[in-house]
Design a protein around this ligand. Structure first.
Ligand SMILES: Nc1ncnc2c1ncn2[C@@H]1O[C@H](COP(=O)(O)OP(=O)(O)O)[C@@H](O)[C@H]1O
Ligand SMILES: [Mg+2]
Length: 295
């Protein structure tokens, strides 16, 4: 069951990100990262960012993947009047209403590790390394290129979206953040869009940050296939139940028929991922294959 919360105080902005997420506290003084419905409309997803983030995060949760809890948070006028900057574009153009909240977790992002040098990560104890295979398989299913993908130039993007939570001293726990770009972000419904990238023909390659996981000797084809088996158990009824939790205000720009089309496509795509996984492992350059375990 989803959670409805009330913002009771405002803590300040997050350091990074295009959606200008802000930190609010709820009645229990728990900190949440909040994205406004207006920031979703202004972004590149054609008004789908909050829908994508809510649905993808709830599905990830259903699968047992490491994601922060997602909730629906009401922000009211008295709070916005106390912090008028929240109404400005630089702070997410908040207005009174329902916004998307994810539970704040203290941690170190992959970007911070990249800056410090990835070998530093290899020396740390990550308690859920196999979950990296879940990240890669899940992102490939839902076509989320936003978890630190490798660009054609060999650079990495969006490394802030993988967080190593500092749960206990000396231990890290990998978490996936930011699913606003799931389902290719805008579901590729643009009439003028690249025909290869339309719904129904999403990229047939592994997504997510597998290069660093391979270097860290975390990637494991057996684990990917196990995650896939979980993914294939997700039913249309599961997806519809989650979609029905999405507030109407977050779906205003999404034609009704498209949601149904998307959900049916996700079920079909789940049946194609195994081939993608094996193909990618088979053709992976030798330098990346070190440490890959074949069944
Ligand atoms: N729940 C969270 N806990 C801790 N840090 C977070 C959380 N959500 C986001 N962040 C940090 O803030 C950054 C921006 O948030 P994100 O969800 O990625 O929004 P954007 O859509 O703007 O990229 C993330 O890359 C991450 O470093
Ligand atoms: Mg992000």
């Amino acid at each position: 069951m989803h959670v409805y919360l009330n913002a009771t105080s405002y803590e300040g902005p997050l350091e990074e990100g295009n959606s200008h997420a802000q930190i609010f506290l709820d009645e229990a003084h728990t900190a949440w990262v909040v994205k406004s419905v207006t920031s979703s409309r202004l972004g590149i997803t054609h008004g789908r960012a909050l829908f994508n983030e809510f649905v993808a995060t709830r599905v990830a949760e259903l699968l047992g993947l490491p994601v922060p809890q997602v909730a629906i948070m009401a922000v009211d006028d008295p709070l916005l009047n106390a912090f008028p900057e929240l109404r400005t574009p630089a702070s997410g153009s908040f207005s009174a209403g329902l916004h998307l909240a994810t539970r704040y977790h203290q941690g170190i992002t992959l970007r911070a590790f990249r800056t410090a040098g990835v070998p530093e990560l290899a020396q740390r104890k990550v308690i859920n390394k196999l979950d990296a295979n879940g990240v890669v398989t899940f992102d490939t299913w839902l076509c989320n290129p936003d978890h630190a993908d490798e660009t054609e130039l060999g650079l990495y993007e969006n490394e802030g979206n993988l967080l190593f939570e500092t749960t206990r001293p000396g231990e890290l726990r990998l978490m996936m953040l930011d699913h606003g770009q799931a389902f290719t972000g805008d579901w590729h419904d643009r009439a003028d869009g690249d025909p290869v990238r339309r719904l129904g023909s999403w990229p047939t390659r592994l997504m997510g940050h597998y290069e660093v996981f391979v270097r860290g000797r975390w990637l494991n084809v057996t684990s990917c296939v196990e995650w896939l088996a979980q993914i294939q158990k997700v039913t249309l009824a599961d997806l519809k139940r989650i979609v029905n939790e999405v507030p109407a205000a977050w779906r205003e720009e999404i034609p009704e028929g498209e949601v149904e089309k998307l959900l049916l496509y996700l079920l079909v795509r789940a049946t194609t991922i195994e081939k993608i996984v094996y193909q990618e492992f088979a053709t992976m350059p030798e330098r990346l294959r070190r440490g890959v375990t074949h069944p």
